[in-house]
Design a protein. Sequence first.
Lengths: 181, 603, 233
Amino acid sequence: MEKPKVATTSLAGCFGCHMSLLDIDDRILKLIELVDFDKSPIDDIKNFTGRCAVGIVEGGCCNEENVHVLQDFRKNCDILISCGDCAIDGGIPAMRNNIPLKECFDEAYHDGPTVYNPNNITPNDKELPLILNKVYPCHHVVKMDYHLPGCPPSADTLWEALVALLSNKPIELPYELIKYD
Amino acid sequence: MSQKLSRIIKNACESCGNDRNRLMDIVTAIQKECGAVTLEAMDIIAKELNVQRVDVESVVSFYSFLSKEEKGKVVIRICNDVVDILKGAEDVAKVFSETLGIEIGQTAADGSISLEYTPCIGLSDQAPAVLINDVAITNLTVDKAKSIANDLKNGVLPESLTKECGDGNNANDLVKSMVKNNIIKKGSVIFAERQSEAGLEKAITMSPSDVISLIKASKVRGRGGAGFPTGMKWEFTRAAKGDKKYVVCNADEGEPGTFKDRVLLTEKFDMLCEGMAIGGYCIGSDSGIIYLRGEYAYLKAFLEKKLSQRKEVGLLGANICGKDGFNFDIRIQIGAGAYICGEETALISSCEGLRGDPKTRPPFPAQKGYLASPTTVNNVETFCSIAKILEKDAAWYSAIGTKGSTGTKILSISGDCSNPGIYEYDFGVKVSDMLKDAGAEDTKAVLIGGPSGQLIGKTDFNRIICYDDLATGGSIVIFNSYRNILEIVKSYLEFFVEESCGYCTPCRTGNVLLLNKIEEILEGKGEPSDIKYLEDLCSTVKVTSRCGLGQTSPNPVLTSIKNFREVYDAVLKLNEDGRQPTFDIKASLEVAEALQGRKSVIY
Amino acid sequence: MDKTITFKIDGVDVKGFPGQTIMEAADAAGVYIPRLCYLKDLTPHGSCRVCTIKVDGRAQAACTQPIAEGVEVENNTAELNEKRRDIIDMFFVEGNHFCMFCEKSGNCELQAMAYRLGICAPKYPFQFPDCSLDATHPDLFIDRNRCILCGRCVNASKVIDEKSVFEFVGRGAAKKIAVNADTLAGTNMAVSDKAAGVCPVGAIIKKRVGFEVPVGKRLYDTEPIGSDIEAKQ
């Protein structure tokens, strides 16, 4: 029987959640016995090759590409997990949510104390995805099936959740594994 | 300026005996004279009253008629209650805004005029209506609004806008208001012929506990809506320990669509005072307070005159009606625009010069009310009923109405009907009969008891008005088949969001979340699962809220789901692609597209 | 203290004294009723509504409701815990609670209550309100993003410190905590005040002492909030 597929992505996140996934240490050997990785930075597969059982999403949506990828995940995954605080509540990127976009740009590209930008250019290549008016938690954009909080969620949390899902059980995290930091 | 301000404030404080508990009167006076209670003013008030500035700020920031920022010399408050909107308030607002060149919520640059919306001002039977300073202008049309706006622009004083006075005491020299009473149906208790002061005179021949027994035997219940037996309330207050006790009249009718107390205050004020004095006699109190909603400030001078007249003839003051040792006086406490102050403990807080936060219960007001003394708080109509009960007797009264709801009920009927106004019915009147009397045709929904009551449809029109079936404090709003139920629900939720005191979590935030969801549904972004979301959220807000506001604010949602489920089903649709219909990618890109001067290539 | 009152919480007999609230009697008996705004020694505020219980079927706040002979109190029921989750969810979406960098994380009562109730994410949409921060005081700062309007600082400053540094301003969703000057630095607030140490969340923080306790050793890292009370049983 074919192994179920898992896809992962990091949207407006820091890759910390992915690092935490790697922190499951030697259990990763068990994991690849259980699943195949499809689209994911772990194997660098860029596009979905088929339907996935589980999609793990790190980070919220701060630009249109994030939205596009998230919608793609929703389309191709049976179960979608918001992994980590940024996916769940926007996290640190969402601190800009009450600051007008223009001010954010000015601070980032012109006025910030560490900015070196002698030609005063605001990056605006057509290849660059447009920034959203604010950072959206994943479940504000598409329906998410599970939320694994933490910054990042611990390796044990991720492991427990994946093992439960792959054995067709609901995720029920014990007290020690629900943490928001 | 500062010296002048200082003098105004000192005068205001002194006239209230520099009493911290009279802060509402002090800040209301300063607001009226200075157009604001600025931080500087708060500093001076705090020093005068020996409190902290933040204590004053806390109060000022609570009431919508008070403001830290300077308001115009003329403040136009357009009533945006649902009924007013049905009758064209939004068009009226637009005309005011365009003619005056200011947006709603703004003050003209020269400081002359402010324009804002305000919730129900108790004139639903003559909507659309506005308050210009304290002057009520009714039955507005777009043309009238335009001419008024132009007059105000040309410096015409608000007082001069009243061309023709309404009926009854509305024409009194101290009122001079165009407001009409619209008393359409007179019943056997309040609007019947009566012998003035007969009730009070009879009461003082009896012992206070015998009067209470009589009131209990009449089975009269509170007319504000909750329906607590009045005799019992007075018995508790009488029994409570305390040297000083208070009789408080709740004249803060703020439930959207109710205006009966305005008419009672205008035409039956003596009856009310008589009832209050009987209350004072029963519970052993020499002090009464009438909490008059800020929207009815135009009646204050008239009511105060009436009070002093009663004093002159020995119906208030010392040894009332010649009865030795029976002293009772009444003062008027003016409110400043807060629906929550209709809740009895919030009303007491406000009387004490505090934010209109409801108090923790227990202790109940009967034990610890105004200034921690035993206090009874009753509705205007309840006091009036008591006067009549004493004039007649308990058996006469309890024969009127139904078994559990004796006497009559005054209804304020408005909305889609040809005869909006005041109706006094025996309890037990059928909704369909009431609709017929009001000249309502093609009725789709009736809101019984205002938004905190229930929205019923045709299948319930054979039900009756009483505490055990359709309870109401008096507000009846009629909607015809052209009205959008979801829009109505949304408006009422906006009202509750605006009026929540914010003290407890479920009411402060739950109502915002309910409103958000109803707005999404109205925008066509609703899904079938939203029904359960709404029902669960409503349940949490109702069960866990601290006072009646949150315990009833979800009612428009719940009763519309129950009685008009089809209007929800018609717009809720399942989104099968797993996307959130509430997320609008195009809208979320607008700012960046404008800023970067290019369009999204993905969306 | 001449009379003992006996009542039931979730079917179990609890004894208390006249004048006690249900919360006080339950605490003494080792029965934990979830709560947020309540703090022993302060006047019960009754605002968070997390301690909602049912007394003979009627919803009440345990922190303000006096005990009464023979009443049956429901506390740890599926229905009430669901309502408590809803309220905790409301707190999370009405503010901006960024636990990942908050000094209070691990010792935060709001976070701990969410942990105890097993909340992975709030069910309501985030509101992302615009809140202000006041870092003018040399030893303290106020972050209103995190404030849950519990009133502890107001009460402690008024009653215990006798200063009235804090009060609520505004109403409804616009209600917020204000200080008795233009900024906190302008008040007579001292870091040693009781009011400086009662905040259940990270809204009032003492400067230069953040992150003192390492992760794993903080108050609620391993033991759910309320464990100390339950240990009395």
